[in-house]
Design a protein around this ligand. Structure first.
Ligand code: SF4
Length: 322
């Protein structure tokens, strides 16, 4: 199937105190229309940086990102070219993306007015969209501070819907919410993605929720994708040692206990990444060549892609003992 959002060999550098940090170190990734792609990894692995580049908030240093066939460029003063209005992002902190001095209705109609709708009609439509995300009728006339965190995230979602979004980048959209709001907002997102036939990249460190809502999952480690597969492939038969460690660390289905993760240490500093396979200092299965050579992506028989010397092209994970 064609990809509506496509990343080819994307590298993103930024400057930290005069030193170059490579936050994203060569990522190939594709989102198909209507699918939910989970992007997971520990804090600091580059997944949020990658998400911001997908919508043009951050500049790509090398490689390219295309949306619906056109190259995504960095936004100039927040202005979004017409072609990219259907590519939207929601953030962990919805309050930061709302103007505290503007009424909610006015903020939601921006996307409708840009699309050429009359203001009176746009306000009616905004009220309809706010009701759709579960907010009260009078929400259009209220200000952001009058809502809870979960409600503000619903406003951000309504605003994305007003822009006729076809691809939504959701960056940790529920991690700042209280427990009861988390499930509600996640369910709302999934329902709307299906109803409006959007594609969504769901960025999260919470593997439990990614497992529940995603069609496919990409696992990121220190600026690189190390494994991509369907959600059932990733959870039932994880292939990369890092994926295995992540999966072993999530709660059992009955919620009774956590299995111990075998993963020692923290994510290394991206300013000084390890040589060879970036995961080798934490990998209990590392081979001598893992310290000097970088593994390439291979496609396994079940169509998943993995970057690890223990995996060989054309072999299924089940035939390999890690
Ligand atoms: Fe471990 Fe080597 Fe595979 Fe990297 S390439 S994950 S160090 S076995």
């Amino acid at each position: 199937m064609n990809e509506i959002l496509s990343l080819k060999d994307v590298v993103i550098d930024y400057d930290r105190n005069g030193e170059k940090v490579r936050a994203v170190a060569g990522v190939d990734l594709g989102l198909r229309p209507g699918e939910i792609l989970g992007l997971v990894g520990e804090s600091g692995c580059g997944k949020s940086t990658l998400g911001k580049a997908m919508v043009g908030i951050l500049k790509v240093t090398e490689g390219e990102i295309t949306f619906d066939g056109e190259r995504v460029k960095k936004l100039t003063r927040g202005r979004r070219p017409k072609h990219f209005r259907n590519l939207q992002m929601i953030f962990q902190d919805p309050y930061g993306s709302l103007n505290p001095r503007r009424k909610i209705g006015v903020q939601v109609i921006d996307g409708l007015l840009v699309g050429g709708m009359r203001k009176s009609l746009a306000l009616l439509k905004a009220a309809e969209l706010l009701a759709k995300v579960g907010l009260p009728e009078d929400a259009v006339d209220r200000f952001p501070h009058q809502f809870s965190g979960g409600q503000r995230q619903r406003i951000a979602i309504a605003r994305a819907l007003a822009a006729s979004t076809t691809v939504l980048i959701a960056d940790e959209p529920i991690s700042a919410l209280d427990t009861s709001s988390q499930a509600q907002v996640a369910n709302l997102l999934v329902d709307l993605v299906h109803e409006f036939k959007m594609g969504m990249v769901f960025i999260s460190h919470d593997l439990s929720i990614v497992r529940r809502i995603s069609d496919r999952v990409a696992v990121m480690y220190l600026g690189k994708i190390v494994e991509i597969g369907t959600t059932s492939q990733i959870w039932e038969n994880p292939s990369h040692p890092y994926t295995r460690a992540l999966v072993s660390a999530i709660p059992h289905a009955d919620g009774a206990s956590f299995m111990p993760s075998d993963l020692p240490g923290d994510v290394p500093n991206p300013m000084n990444p390890p040589s060879g396979c970036r995961f080798h200092p934490r990998c209990q299965l590392a081979l001598p060549k893992c310290t000097t050579e970088e593994p390439q992506f291979v496609t396994l028989t079940d169509n998943r892609e993995v970057s690890c010397f223990l995996q060989r092209e054309g072999e299924s994970p089940a035939s390999i003992t890690l």
